[in-house]
Design a protein around this ligand. Structure first.
Ligand code: 6GU
Length: 227
């Protein structure tokens, strides 16, 4: 998978070298590149924003640098372009799974009050475009959102994680939150591990874990059960 990220703070993405993604890059599984949007400006101030038509607070990202960035980065047949925005559809595990099968994803990380909407419309002529939000809160820019999405997507690429079963069992894989986990010692500060986990009865353990998943989801995320 090829991933590009366009941002006015490309250094945000330096942390990806620290994670499993660094290893996956060395293995040739993933090729990641961060790009500075200002590379595609032509004035001495490297201007990327301007005041909004119609008035209002804040600044809007100008279309021209984004257009030139896409001219350079969209050289293949219809990659996926993700605009990170709190006004987008919510990111979730199902979308991460779908995106993990793509050959090329370009993250367009907006700052300020967002990007001129014509950039989104124009990108649709050459790419499959999604406007995606990390959740119902506002970040200063899309970089941290893109980092989270990149981690959620790439760990689902076959061969990326050592233990494929842990992906099948984890939270959200089946629409439920994961059951609680325990390890040694059996008694810690007078707190005991649930008996059933020591029983060796695999069917009973599976039943208990499923019930715990449902109970936890009901208590914390009833919206997931409704789905
Ligand atoms: Cl993708 N961008 C920004 N700026 N804020 C967000 C977000 C994205 N997702 C949630 N909040």
């Amino acid at each position: 998978m090829r991933i590009d990220a366009v941002s006015i703070f490309p250094d945000y993405f330096n942390v990806l070298e620290l994670s499993l993604l660094g290893k996956a890059q060395k293995q040739g599984l993933i090729s990641f590149q961060a790009h500075d949007l200002r590379h595609w400006t032509h004035d001495i101030h490297k201007t990327v924003d301007d005041s909004p038509y119609g008035g209002g607070a804040g600044m809007v990202m100008k279309p021209e640098p984004w257009g030139e960035a896409f001219d350079d980065l969209i050289t293949d047949n219809r990659p996926t372009v993700i605009f990170t925005t709190p006004a987008g559809r919510p990111f979730n595990q199902a979308l991460a799974k779908e995106l993990s099968t793509k050959e090329h994803i370009v993250f367009a990380c907006g700052r300020y009050e967002g990007i001129d909407q014509r950039v989104v419309e124009h990108a649709k002529s050459r790419a499959d475009v999604l406007e995606v939000s990390l959740g119902d809160y506002v970040l200063n820019g899309g970089e941290v959102a893109a980092l989270a999405m990149i981690e959620a997507i790439t760990r689902l690429i076959p061969g990326f994680m050592g233990n494929a079963e842990s992906i099948v069992e984890e939270s959200h894989a089946d629409g439920l939150l994961e059951y609680p986990s325990y390890t040694k010692p059996q008694i810690w500060r007078e707190l005991e591990v649930p008996d059933v986990l020591l029983s060796g009865h695999h069917a009973e353990i599976a039943k208990w874990r499923k019930a715990q998943s449902v109970e936890r989801t009901k208590a914390v995320r009833p919206d997931l059960l409704a789905e």
